[in-house]
Ligand binder design. Structure first.
Ligand code: HPA
Ligand code: ZN
Length: 327
């Protein structure tokens, strides 16, 4: 059908993108060489071969190892700028970029260095590509709440450079409730709040993210369908779910794209949109997620396409004035 070509050009937002997950193997090896870091794989081809994941944790292990090549502000800028160019090519007008401060501070990289690089990439993309961009640091949920609170404190001098906080990493065994105080403190700073929930974890974690953390959006959230009361609540409150189909298949949340619950989420009237999550690891950027979904899922047509794109812009944390220029 002609739909994917139209979708490619239409204005859209990406709301679930980990900037460290946009680090392509070629740039990873270039930065490793420049920074004298030894990777566990001899070359790009063998690294790419290792991108065969069995679950979330098997991905995270490789993903955190990959991030170890990021040392200087210029490294973070190069990664960010590379993503922005791909985003613009996919018709993205607005992106809210996740990054994991603790992945870097734990290695001795200063938060100021990380932010200096990311913000330089963002400024260039705003200027040269006309994108609207913001940053959302995420707490690593496999670490303690005390460490999350320390991270939030370290972010305070950069309050005006971020729009919110998120929660990511290993979901099972780390319920949102563990971070209730850190999220209350973030909300008290006037930050937006989002959390990964219901990717591998149960529907109860989605409830907990909403009730214990007060999140405005749920990242992934595909397991909400296991709880009809939750589905009704998400629909009534129009809570956005930032769905990532290629990620879900790569991390074996669904065996194949044909089995993805996206059509059901749309049928239930939920506020869903597509996102690439970690495109360098999961086989494609946002445009590729759209193309593959519309190829694999015959239930999706023009009406669903319009809703997905409109939802992405509406659910963003952009100003109403910006939203009006896109919708
Ligand atoms: N889930 C949890 N943590 C993550 C992900 C994800 O999909 N991507 C990067 N960190
Ligand atoms: Zn994610």
């Amino acid at each position: 059908s002609a739909l994917p070509a139209l979708l490619q050009a239409a204005p859209k937002a990406e709301l679930h993108l980990h900037i460290e997950g946009s680090l392509e193997p070629e740039l990873m090896f270039e930065l490793a060489q420049r920074n004298h870091i030894q990777l566990s794989y001899p070359d790009v081809a063998s690294l790419r071969q290792a991108y065969a994941f069995s679950n979330l944790q098997s991905f995270l292990d490789i993903y955190y190892a990959g991030a170890s090549v990021l040392i200087t502000a210029a490294d973070f800028e190069a990664m960010c700028w590379a993503y922005c160019q791909r985003a613009a090519a996919d018709g993205i007008v607005r992106a809210e970029l996740f990054f994991d401060p603790q992945t870097h501070t734990e290695r001795g990289i200063a938060l100021a260095t990380v932010l200096e690089g990311l913000l330089a990439g963002i400024k260039r993309a705003e200027r040269e590509l006309g994108l609207s961009l913001d940053l959302i640091p995420c707490f690593l949920r496999h670490l303690s709440e005390a460490e999350a609170l320390q991270t939030l404190q370290a972010l305070e001098p950069f309050r005006e450079q971020i729009i919110g906080v998120g929660l990511d990493s290993s979901e099972r065994g780390h319920p949102p409730l563990k971070f209730a105080r850190a999220f209350a403190a973030a909300r008290a700073m006037g930050l937006h709040v989002v959390a990964h929930a219901g990717e591998e974890g149960p529907a109860a974690y989605i409830w907990s993210a909403l009730e214990d953390l007060g999140v405005e959006r749920i990242d992934h959230g595909v397991r909400c369908l296991e709880d009809p009361d939750l589905v009704a609540h998400l629909r009534q409150q129009r809570i956005p779910l930032t769905v990532c189909p290629l990620s879900n298949v790569k991390l074996r949340v669904f065996d194949k794209l044909q089995e993805h619950c996206l059509p059901r989420l749309l049928d239930e009237g939920l506020m869903v949109m597509l996102n690439s999550d970690d495109p360098a690891y999961f086989g494609g950027y946002l445009g590729e997620n759209l193309r593959q979904c519309f190829d694999a899922l015959p239930q999706l047509g023009a009406e669903q396409a319009y809703r997905l794109l409109r939802n992405s812009l509406e659910a963003s944390f952009a100003t109403d004035a910006d939203k009006h220029t896109w919708i």
